[in-house]
Write a protein that binds this ligand. Structure first.
Ligand SMILES: Cc1cc2nc3c(=O)[nH]c(=O)nc-3n(C[C@H](O)[C@H](O)[C@H](O)COP(=O)(O)O)c2cc1C
Length: 370
């Protein structure tokens, strides 16, 4: 089956190429009566747009969402919600030289290998532009989750080999991540990263980085073992974002080097009484908010790693469609590092997974659980 749809009950399909007339999404399964304004969608899209400064692409898009169906007087109708975002800043001429070449580190060759043809304009659907549609859909999922008190927050944890402070350390401040376009929660790290990105831009090179995400207010019980465990679906959702090379939950890969006595999150009696087993809380959160693929009620915590942007202006060797070795300096407008723009995409994919699991949880426990 084709891979442009995601989710089971809250199901989103995205469409559109980078330099076609529009990108967009259709959501089927959004419950009726959820408060949703165009401004909710616009706000998230604004955070995904190139933000200026040394690190991000100079492509200018208004990213104005149009809701075509499924919403009446700022409430969802329970019918399919269609949203489009028209592409306005298409300079496909930038990509003429790429018709015959495969960019190193990009999806050109594998798409042509698979489909026998490709849209070379900005990478077609393998472009980061596709994620605008996910962010629009994520804004709808967020509205569903907000009505349940669930809040999702991501930020830049590292870029260009420079780390932002960890929560509770140094000058960590999430408000600061909203103020600087790099989405770094610390002024000192933001300044050092900005300097590094300016150097890389000068050199025609690029950088990768890490995004951290925390979900608070998450109810206990979300996740559908055994194949649709919460981390399994979230892993799929986040890894489907272009350039993502890894996801880790809680202590993540570091847990492999710990002992059980250090890694175990020790349960303590929870505050609120609950039906069934006693309410629990945990002294630590090395598990990242799930056990057995089911949310514990602790914050969901994970990190995602993104590779350096593939399209760089520094000349590199590649191969053309005739199999000849060629020199390539990628034309067009590109980010030195996509991590700041990926932050709202990570939030959107998280919202899509959780909205779907929240609906599936109700179906799974009907008549047995709270
Ligand atoms: C928001 C966003 C913007 C992106 N911008 C670029 C870009 O300007 N240049 C580039 O080479 N890759 C960019 N990418 C990454 C490519 O889409 C991705 O690396 C490419 O499709 C190859 O896929 P892979 O890296 O997952 O194997 C972007 C990704 C996202 C999510």
């Amino acid at each position: 089956m084709a891979g442009s749809s995601f989710g089971t009950l809250f199901r989103v399909s995205t469409f559109g190429e980078s330099h076609g007339p529009a990108v967009g999404c259709v959501i089927d399964g959004c419950p009726a009566g959820v408060l949703l304004t165009v401004e909710d969608i616009r706000r998230d899209l604004r955070r995904r747009r190139p933000g200026g400064g040394a690190g991000t692409s100079p492509r200018h898009e208004d990213d104005e969402p149009e809701i075509l169906s499924g919403v009446y007087e700022e409430k969802t109708l329970g019918t399919p919600i269609a949203i489009i975002i028209r592409n306005r800043d298409q300079r496909s001429g930038d990509y003429d030289t790429l018709k015959e070449l495969y960019r190193p580190g990009h999806a050109d060759w594998t798409w042509e290998l698979k489909y026998g043809l490709r849209d070379p304009r900005g990478g077609g659907r393998s472009s980061g532009r596709e994620t605008a549609a996910r962010v629009a859909a994520g804004a709808v999922a967020r509205a569903v989750l907000a009505s349940q008190g669930i809040a999702i927050r991501a930020w830049t944890a590292a870029m260009g080999g420079i780390s932002a402070p960890l929560p509770g350390h140094g000058d960590f401040d999430l408000a600061e991540a909203d103020l600087n376009y790099l989405r770094v929660p610390g002024r000192d790290a933001a300044a050092r990263i900005e300097k590094r990105l300016a150097e890389l831009k000068e050199e025609g090179d690029s950088a990768g980085g890490l995004v951290s995400c925390v979900v608070s207010g998450i109810p206990r019980g979300l996740g559908e073992p055994v194949f649709d465990k919460l981390p399994a679906l979230l892993g799929q959702g986040i890894l489907s974002i272009g350039a993502c090379k890894g996801v880790q939950f809680g202590a993540g890969f570091a847990a492999a080097g710990l002992t059980g006595s250090v890694n175990n999150d020790i349960p303590v009696p929870g505050a609120a009484p609950s039906p069934g087993p006693p309410a629990l809380s945990f002294k630590t959160n090395n598990a990242g908010g799930t056990l057995g693929g089911i949310s514990t009620g602790m914050n969901l915590e994970f990190q995602a790693a993104f590779k350096p942007v593939a399209s760089i202006s520094r000349p590199q060797k590649t191969v053309d469609r005739r199999g000849m070795v060629r020199d390539l300096s990628v034309p067009g407008r590109h980010d030195v590092c996509i991590v700041p723009r990926v932050v709202p995409v990570v939030e959107a994919m998280t919202a899509l997974v959780l909205a779907d699991l929240a609906l599936r949880h109700r179906a799974a426990v009907i008549g047995t659980a709270p």
